[in-house]
Design a protein around this ligand. Structure first.
Ligand SMILES: NC(=O)c1ccc[n+]([C@@H]2O[C@H](COP(=O)([O-])OP(=O)(O)OC[C@H]3O[C@@H](n4cnc5c(N)ncnc54)[C@H](OP(=O)(O)O)[C@@H]3O)[C@@H](O)[C@H]2O)c1
Length: 333
């Protein structure tokens, strides 16, 4: 099968279109013929070797973390899927590789694709949808009427997050540039801060929650907009000791995380708020919930550009520019 692979880590290493062996399936796996994949910043972070301490991949490495496609074969113990099913998913982190014609995935990591979406649209959902579901539902337990600031509302995560926060009945402020203004407005954002001209931390106060997709200075300033008892979920900031304990990373790594996140812990104490770092997990069960919302028309996919597999390099370049409005898709079949 054809796949986009790298031979080693690096910012400038080429993305090669190579011939790879067909994936083999285990007894709880499903073999999927991939129709479309979507790109996420984790893809270029993996390519550059930025997550090699967390994830130990072998070469040649097939890139890609999101997909939609059609089941062609199932393992002996698979009961939920059959050949011909149209599915979507985010494979577990040890088994990535969606920029390829086929992938073997664990049945727990996929769901039937929303019926009203094309394969390209469906591939845009799993990673950003699951991340946001886990932030808003599992961690924040966002309630009707609560106020949330969503950073980078026009991006892949942000465009999903605005819609989900509105669906949960929250009041949504978001940061966007002029180019993203109409898009975030159309998704239901109540208040838009043009981050190139205004400081969000001067405009917003007494928020219940912040969803941080930026990290760094934006994350540190975000503590100022929260009311006491408010919470931040960051997907781009520094993991803290709480994350180390929850993820059972062991005392050594947890101690290191405690050290590197001490500024955030001090801000937490000073503002009497709570900081969470989230590293999303695959979940077919949660994808089923998203499927229902999408089929009811309560959440729609936001696709920016669609590339072919041959154009994967250009797709990476566009995503790395940091200017995408919604999701970047690679059409495979
Ligand atoms: N921990 C996890 O499990 C997890 C899961 C998913 C994503 N993430 C991380 O979340 C981050 C966002 O992902 P993404 O897919 O949304 O990225 P993305 O689609 O590439 O984000 C691009 C968008 O960000 C906007 N933007 C850039 N700088 C901004 C700023 N200072 N303020 C407001 N908006 C800004 C851009 O708008 P303009 O062009 O208008 O500036 C653009 O529309 C990435 O770092 C990714 O790795 C982590």
């Amino acid at each position: 099968m054809k796949a986009i692979t790298i031979e080693k880590y690096g910012k400038h290493v080429p993305l090669n279109m190579t011939e790879q062996p067909m994936p083999e399936i285990g007894e709880q796996d499903v073999l999927v013929e991939i129709h479309a994949a979507s790109l996420n910043p984790i893809d270029f972070k993996i390519k550059e070797g930025k997550v090699k301490l967390l994830l130990n991949y072998k070469f040649p490495l097939i890139l890609g973390n999101d997909f939609s496609g059609v089941v062609v074969k199932v393992g002996e113990r698979v009961s939920a899927f059959k050949p011909g099913d149209e599915v979507y998913g985010r494979p577990r982190k040890t088994r990535i590789g969606t920029l390829a014609e086929f992938i073997a995935v664990h049945e727990d990591d996929i769901a039937l694709k929303p019926r009203n979406l094309s394969f390209e649209e469906a591939a845009s959902i799993p990673l950003v949808g699951l991340t946001t579901y886990q932030a808003f539902s599992d961690i924040l337990d966002l309630q009707r009427g609560q106020k949330i600031l969503i950073h980078a509302g026009a991006g892949g995560v942000g465009t999903f997050a605005i819609q989900m926060a509105k669906l949960m009945g929250a009041y949504v402020a978001t940061t966007a540039s002029e180019k993203g203004y109409d898009l975030v407005k159309s998704l239901g954002a109540d208040l838009i801060v043009n981050y190139r001209e205004e400081n969000f931390e001067d405009k917003l106060a007494d928020y219940d929650a912040v969803y941080d997709t930026l990290g760094g200075a934006a994350l540190e300033k975000s503590f100022r907009v929260l009311k006491p008892g408010g919470q931040i979920v960051s997907i781009s900031g520094m993991p803290n000791a709480r994350f180390g304990k929850e993820e059972k990373l062991g005392w050594m790594k947890t101690a290191i995380l405690s050290l590197v996140s001490r500024k955030l812990t001090a801000l937490e104490k000073k503002t009497r708020t709570k900081y969470h770092f989230l590293f999303m997990k695959p979940s077919g069960a949660q994808l089923n919930i998203l499927k229902e919302w999408i089929e009811e028309g309560r959440i729609k996919p936001i696709v920016d550009k669609v590339y072919s597999l041959q154009e994967a390099g250009q797709a990476f370049q566009y995503l790395e520019s940091g200017r995408a409005k919604g999701k970047v898709i690679v059409k495979i079949k």
